[in-house]
Design a protein around this ligand. Structure first.
Ligand code: FAD
Ligand code: AMP
Length: 477
C-alpha cells in the first residue's frame, strides 16, 4: 500500500510532535510515526521528554522538595508537623499519572489537528519513502514530499558500568520502588544532579563520581562554585576528577571502582545511576540508499536550517547537533514546518535558555564570562544576591544571585546567569530581553513589581553600571 503525505515526521518527542502539529496547522497533510509502545500495546507519544525525561523528573523533584520542606523548613514558619513520612509508591503513581495525562493529551492534539498517527519503527528509504514496521512485523511504505527525522536520543552507556538490575540509566532511576540506602551516580551533569537531588532528599546517601576537574564546566564558574558548596551542604558527596573504571555486582551490592590523581578507589552502593550523557538514536532508521549523512559524532548532519544533505529530508532535536533540550527540539520542529510551508523562520541558537532544576535552580542564557574571556571579548558585569531581595527573604530562599554580562562598549546583554529560587521562570525575562537585542540599561530602566524575585534581575542590570540600590557598590567615576 502507498499513501502520500506532504510531511512525515519520524519520532513523536517534543521535536517531532510539535513539528507535526505546526505542519498540520499550516494545512500540510501530515503523519507522525512513533515506535514507543505502552503496556496496553498502544502507541505512546511524547518521547523521552514526557515519558522518561523532563516531566517525570520534575514531578519527582517537586515531591521530594515538598518532603524536605516539611521535614526541615516548616518549623521555621511556626508550622508543626509530626511523623513526616514518604510513600514512594504514591509518589511514583502521581508521576505516572502526570505522564499518562500529558501523553494522552498529545494523542488528542493529533486527532484535533487531523494528523495521521502511525505506530511502528520508521525507516527512511530512497526518494523520501518511509517504511514502517509495526509490532507484528507488518511493513507498510509511505511516500512523502518532506520527511522530518526526530528520533531523539537515549542514555549513553559506558563499558565499566553495564545496565542491569542494580546499575540503571536515567529511566530506571525514575522508578526505584524503595529509597536506596546508598546511591552512586556516574556523571555530575544536569541529569545526574537532578536525580541525585531527588533520592538524596528522600534519604539516600549519594556519591557522585565525575571525571572532569571542573564542576558544571558549561555553567558560569562563580555560580558553579557556589552550587558545589550548596549541593555538598545538602548531602551530595561530589567527587571530581573521579573516572569510573569498573563495577561488580555481588549479592545486591555494587562495588564501583574509580581512579583519580591519588590512585584507585572503590565505593559500595545499593544502586548506581549511569548519567554520562545521551547518544543520538539512528539505528534501524536509514536505509543504505537513503543518502542521509551522519556527522563525525554519529548525529544526523544538518545545516543551520535543519536540512540534511538530501533535499526534502530534515532532522531536528536531540538527533542533531546542539543542546539536548526539549525546547530546542520543539523550536526546530516549528521552524522546519514553517520552512516547508514556504515561510522564512529561523532558530536563534544564541537565545536558548538552559536550566538545572536543583535547589536552588540554575538557569542561564547566552555566554558565560569564561567563554567571553576565551573569545577575547570586552565585557562588564553586574551581580545581585538574593540575600538582599525582600521576596527571597520572605520565601526563605536567599541562596544564589543574578549575574548580567554586557558588552563593554555597546552595553548589549551577552549573557544572564541565575542561581536561585525560580531561576527557571526568571530566565525567561532575560531570554526576551536578549531576543529583542536589549542593553543592560534597557533592563535597568524597566519597572519591576515589588516585592518580586525578578527585582534581582533589575538590580543586577543596575549593577552593570555600578548603581544597584539595595547593595553597597563602589562608586564609578
Ligand atoms: P525524544 O524526546 O527522544 O523523542 C524521540 C522519539 O522518537 C521517541 O519517542 C522514540 O521512541 C522515537 N523514535 C526513535 N526512533 C524511531 C524510529 N525509527 N521510528 C519511530 N519512532 C522512533 N530537556 C529539557 O529541556 N528540560 C528538562 O528539564 C529536561 N529534563 C530531562 C530529564 C531527563 C531524566 C532526561 C533523560 C532528559 C531531559 N531533558 C530535558 C532532555 C529532553 O528530554 C530531550 O532534549 C528531548 O526529549 C528531545 O526531544 P526529541 O523530540 O529530539 O527526542
Ligand atoms: P551530561 O553530558 O551533562 O549529562 O554529563 C555527563 C557527565 O558524565 C560529564 O560531566 C562527564 O564528564 C561524566 N562522565 C562520563 N564518563 C564518566 C566516567 N567514566 N566516570 C565519571 N564521570 C564520567
Amino acid at each position: 500500500m502507498s499513501d502520500k503525505f506532504d510531511v512525515i515526521v519520524i519520532g513523536a518527542g517534543p521535536g517531532g510532535y510539535v513539528a507535526a502539529i505546526r505542519a498540520a496547522q499550516l494545512g500540510l497533510k501530515t503523519a507522525c510515526v512513533e515506535k514507543w509502545t505502552g503496556d496496553s500495546g498502544k502507541v505512546v507519544l511524547g518521547g523521552t521528554c514526557l515519558n522518561v525525561g523532563c516531566i517525570p523528573s520534575k514531578a519527582l523533584l517537586e515531591s521530594s522538595h515538598k518532603y524536605e520542606e516539611a521535614q526541615h523548613d516548616f518549623d521555621l514558619h511556626g508550622i508543626q508537623v509530626k511523623d513526616v513520612a514518604m510513600d514512594v509508591t504514591k509518589m511514583l503513581d502521581r508521576k505516572n499519572n502526570i505522564v499518562k495525562n500529558l501523553t494522552g493529551g498529545i494523542a488528542s492534539l493529533f486527532k484535533a489537528n487531523g494528523i495521521t498517527s502511525i505506530h511502528g519503527n520508521g525507516k527512511l528509504l530512497a526518494n523520501k519513502q518511509v517504511e514502517v514496521t509495526d509490532n507484528n512485523g507488518k511493513v507498510t511504505v509511505y511516500d512523502a514530499e518532506n520527511v522530518i527525522i526526530a528520533t531523539g536520543s537515549r542514555p549513553a552507556e559506558i563499558p565499566p558500568a553495564p545496565i542491569g538490575e542494580h546499575i540503571v540509566d536515567s529511566s530506571g532511576a525514575l522508578d526505584f520502588e524503595t529509597v536506596p540506602k546508598r546511591l552512586g551516580i556516574i556523571g555530575a551533569g544536569v541529569i545526574g544532579l537532578e536525580l541525585g537531588s531527588v533520592w538524596s532528599r528522600l534519604g539516600s546517601e549519594v556519591v557522585v563520581l565525575e571525571a572532569q576537574d571542573n564542576f558544571l564546566a558549561s555553567v558560569d564558574q562563580q555560580l558553579a562554585k557556589d552550587a558545589m558548596k550548596q549541593f555538598t551542604k545538602q548531602g551530595l558527596d561530589i567527587r571530581l576528577k573521579a573516572r569510573v573504571t569498573g563495577t561488580e555486582v555481588k549479592r545486591g551490592v555494587v562495588k564501583v571502582t574509580y581512579s583519580d590523581s591519588k590512585g584507585d578507589h572503590e565505593v559500595k552502593v545499593d544502586k548506581l545511576i549511569v548519567a554520562v550523557g545521551r547518544a543520538p538514536v539512528t539505528d534501524n532508521l536509514l536505509a543504505s540508499d537513503s543518502g542521509v549523512n551522519l556527522d563525525e559524532r554519529g548525529f544526523i548532519y544538518v545545516n543551520d536550517l535543519c536540512q540534511t544533505n538530501m533535499p526534502g529530508v530534515w532532522a531536528i532535536g536531540d538527533v542533531v547537533r546542539g543542546p539536548m533540550l526539549a525546547h530546542k527540539a520543539s523550536e526546530e520542529g516549528i521552524v522546519v514546518a514553517e520552512r516547508i510551508a514556504g515561510q522564512k523562520a529561523k532558530v536563534n541558537y544564541d537565545c536558548i535558555p538552559w536550566v538545572i532544576y536543583t535547589h536552588p535552580e540554575i538557569a542561564w542564557v547566552g555566554k558565560t564570562e569564561e567563554q567571553l574571556k576565551a573569545e577575547g571579548e570586552e565585557y562588564k558585569v553586574g551581580t545581585f544576591p538574593f540575600a538582599a531581595n525582600g521576596r527571597a527573604m520572605a520565601a526563605n530562599a536567599t541562596m544564589g544571585m543574578v549575574k548580567i554580562v554586557a558588552h563593554k562598549e555597546t552595553d548589549r546583554i551577552l549573557g544572564v546567569h541565575i542561581m536561585g529560587p525560580q531561576a527557571s521562570e526568571m530566565i525567561a525575562q532575560a531570554v526576551i530581553a536578549m531576543e529583542f537585542g536589549s542593553s543592560s540599561e534597557d533592563l535597568a530602566m524597566t519597572v519591576f513589581a515589588h516585592p518580586t524575585l525578578s527585582e534581582a534581575v533589575h538590580e543586577a542590570a543596575l549593577a552593570v553600571d555600578g548603581h544597584a540600590i539595595h547593595v553597597a557598590q563602589r562608586k564609578k567615576r
